[in-house]
Design a protein around this ligand. Structure first.
Ligand code: SF4
Ligand code: SF4
Length: 509
């Protein structure tokens, strides 16, 4: 039957006893009720994950090297954007309100691209979850990556699981050698944490310049404050809180529990194959007698390597980040005892039931939810790409004067004034011609700017900047409109031929 395991999290985690099958659950739902009389607080039990090697460990090393490499080195990648423009490939330029990502340059009014990016990221997480469970948690989440790195340092200095447990169990006066070990471990942790905070601020300024300023203590105080904050959080989260962040603080385990379905592949103990578990010696005896016995020899290697300290044989648990390390550990055991590997593997309950019924396993990657998620990612991605490729790099906004809305001049003509904001997102100066399309024979004049072509004002728009102008539109007395009519403003890049337009009204008093 199912039991509620509150021993670690104080929350709801279902566990499965050895004899129970999903069919039994369906027959006896009353047996699977939650009990809520456990303690709401559980003290942290220190976890001592053992080192392990195998396919999933190699994947995790590879992804860790990739993620950390990208994070630490990306600020130093250069990208030529022309004279005077920043040449850092990825840069958040707060003073000038710009975000640079290789060939993309985003302005504050284009913040909707980030919204699109967040939508794509969220749906990608849903898709990953419906295909392979908590791939994000087990392999890519910064908490997992940095905790894994901190564990590697700890193991290197203090030894593997048993050695660390033995050293921690020693009470009384600390020997100098042990003190030196602890000091070295924390120094390296702090150095990694400091590099993590240091790399973060490099995304907000020219990296080589800021590096020099940081070393010579000439960087802005805010840079030091951010480095201190991120150093402290990295040190605490990866060095001390570790699996507690995943179990208690992060909402994703709860969300993904609601998103998963019976076809999603999760790290699963194949209880159909593993039970009845017993020691290797006993298993041999029972097999010799022709009695049924499972492949699990109850060696606890899968528990020993688990970074959250749980037993995957108890079934799906919120604490399991699905890192796959128990698969590697169990595979090594199975190889040693000459049994088939993947007693623990990426699987689901549907296949366990099928195998029990003597049917071959089925893997359904293409199903409605994966198709819908993929279609949503493709649609949002396509819209963003289209918007990015067709976005205008010349823009105009027009605002009619409120008071007075119109002026009648002594010769009978009518004049309206407008505030016009022009935006040049290109990295070079541009000559812009201003035309209007409104009252017949109306003229347009830029206040404070002499133009060589009086009938068609032209101005120079500085590179990568916004310029505000005051425009006067005058309709001659003979062509005064009887009522307010729309007036279109067109700005044309003389060199490139690009046109941007905006509409307002020409008001007759
Ligand atoms: S149970 Fe296995 S997959 Fe889950 S966190 Fe532990 S080692 Fe990783
Ligand atoms: S490592 Fe494999 S054999 Fe050992 S206890 Fe875990 S599931 Fe059983």
């Amino acid at each position: 039957m199912f039991e509620v395991d509150q021993s670690r999290s104080g929350g709801w985690a279902y566990s499965r006893s050895q004899a129970e099958t999903p069919d039994e659950q369906a027959r006896n739902p009353s047996e699977f009720q939650l009990e809520d009389d456990g303690p709401l607080y559980a003290a942290q039990k220190k976890v001592y994950p053992q080192s392990v090697s195998g396919t999933f460990r190699r994947i995790k090393w590879g992804l860790m090297a990739f993620c950390l490499g990208v994070y630490y080195l990306l600020p130093f990648v250069r990208w030529n954007r022309g004279l005077g423009a920043p040449d850092q490939a990825v840069l958040v330029d707060l003073p000038n309100s710009r975000f640079y990502f290789f060939f993309i340059e985003l302005w504050p009014q284009e913040v909707y691209y980030f919204t699109g990016l967040l939508i794509v990221a969220a749906i990608t997480l849903f898709l990953m979850n419906s295909l392979g469970g908590r791939i994000w948690c087990g392999y890519l989440c910064p908490q997992t990556v940095w905790t894994d790195l901190f564990y590697a340092v700890e193991r290197l200095i203090e030894g593997d699981r048993r050695e660390r447990m033995r050293k921690d169990a020693v009470r009384g006066t600390m020997k100098l050698e042990r003190f030196a070990e602890i000091l070295l471990k924390h120094s390296i942790w702090l150095m990694i944490a400091w590099w993590t905070g240091g790399a973060w601020v490099l995304y907000f300024n020219d990296a080589p310049t800021l590096m020099k300023q940081l070393v010579t203590f000439q960087a802005p105080p805010l840079a030091y404050i951010w480095i201190a904050i991120l150093t402290a959080t990295t040190y605490l989260l990866a060095g001390f809180m570790r699996e507690q962040v995943c179990v208690y603080m992060c909402p994703w385990p709860r969300i993904q529990a609601a998103l998963t379905d019976e076809w999603a592949l999760n790290v699963t103990y194949k209880y159909d194959r593993g039970e009845k578990r017993t020691s290797l010696k006993k298993a041999k005896e029972l097999r010799a007698l022709g009695e049924p016995v499972g492949d699990c020899i109850d060696c606890y290697q899968c528990v020993a390597v688990c970074p959250t300290g749980i037993d995957i044989r108890n079934g799906a648990q919120l604490d399991c980040i699905q890192c796959g390390l128990c698969i590697d550990a169990c595979d090594a055991v199975m190889k040693k005892i000459g049994r088939e590997t993947r007693l623990i593997g990426y699987d689901n309950d549907v296949n366990i039931q099928r195998r029990q019924a003597g049917k071959p396993p089925v893997y359904r990657v293409v199903r409605p939810r994966t198709v819908i998620y993929s279609a949503m990612i493709a649609c949002v991605g396509a819209v963003m790409l289209y918007a990015l490729l067709t976005r205008t790099l010349l823009d105009i906004n027009v605002l009619h004067d409120r008071n007075p809305v119109a002026v009648k001049l002594s010769d009978g003509s009518i004049r309206n004034a407008y505030t016009v904001r022009l935006l040049n997102k290109r990295g070079f100066d541009r000559v812009i011609a201003i035309d209007i399309d409104g009252p017949a024979n109306a003229t347009v004049h830029v206040v404070g700017a002499d133009s060589i072509t009086p009938d068609r004002p032209m101005i120079v728009l500085g590179r990568d900047q916004t310029t505000e102008l005051r425009l006067l539109v005058t309709a001659p007395a003979a062509n005064n409109p009887a009522k307010s009519i729309p007036v279109n403003f067109h700005v044309t890049d003389i060199g490139l031929g690009t046109v941007a337009s905006a509409t307002d009204n020409f008001v007759t008093p």
